[in-house]
Design a protein around this ligand. Sequence first.
Ligand SMILES: Cc1ncc(COP(=O)(O)O)c(C=O)c1O
Length: 363
Amino acid sequence: MEGLIRKNILSVKPYIAGKPIEETKRQLGLREVMKLASNENPLGASPKAMQAIRKNLPNINRYPDSQSFYLKKRLGKYLNLAPNNLILGNGSDELIDVIIKTFVEEDESIITADITFLEYEIISQVAGRRIIKVPLRYFKYDLESIKKRIDRKTKLIFISNPNNPTGTYVTKYELEDFINGLPEHILLVMDEAYDTFVDVDDFPNTMNYIKNKNLLVLKTFSKAYGLAGLRIGYAVARPEFISYMERVRQPFNVNFLAQVAAVACLDDKKFIRRTRRLILEGKSYLYDNLTKFGIPYVPSVANFILIDVGRDCVEVFNQMLKYGVIVRDMKQYGLKNFIRVTIGTKKENERFIKVLKKVVGNR
Ligand SMILES: Cc1ncc(COP(=O)(O)O)c(C=O)c1O
């Protein structure tokens, strides 16, 4: 039987998603469960997105617009770029796949960090492409060491900025240096799934590099915009890069309701402001309490925090689950004593701290 499977698929470790709320309720017989495991927006989706979906429901018998015309136009205006600088994806996940298929030859390789978004590695392996994982330094992407690993065969570099699961970031000065030193045969992918949550002044504005550099920037509606369930993300790059990616993607990859919802909520400043405020307040509450109880954490510019629980993270995950709190254990990332928690509502954060204290105690 195994002889029928492609060899590189045999060694792929499947992506483990955050445990769903309904599944947890069913398995543990719990009535109240909260999920702080997938960096979703605890406020839900923008009311404007929901209204647009309700209005457009009668049209779901039709295929979606394969060019996402209105959304590209809207996004172009929003980013001060042209529609042909953009490609939409069924989540930014899909675009990682499209990027690898479009740009990386069989004998070429990909570089990323050792502890980062797992999909870079999984999708590379599935495509049969070599991926080199450079260790983080103090939980941060080590750009100097990445530079040293570049050779003739390197084609792509993935940087998650901010980095999932550490919440650390590459500064604009670091990126400037790095990008200017990159050889011409390399394409840099900056994955900015969490950029809306960032509240520091030295975060890079990658849009400044789109015109002149071999750069692809990934963005998503899954996090701050609260549309994770609809699956929609996009990439920004020079039109030459985008046009080849357009050949690779499936024609109807982005569904109709996702398109109309994204158009409707892109400019919902009120919702984004409310989301950012909630995350920043929640973060400050969590930092204070983790510090008070002597539980170490990595300071984060995103909507999640990496926490050192000081013992087996799967055990901690399972014990917290019994209290109806779903977090993410970091075993798959190779951080055996860490969990990652998504910042939730005030009530969720309070419950999380209470349960964490019960499970790991004062340290
Ligand atoms: C760094 C990073 N990039 C991309 C994604 C994928 O997001 P999407 O829902 O747009 O596929 C995630 C989701 O967790 C992420 O953490």
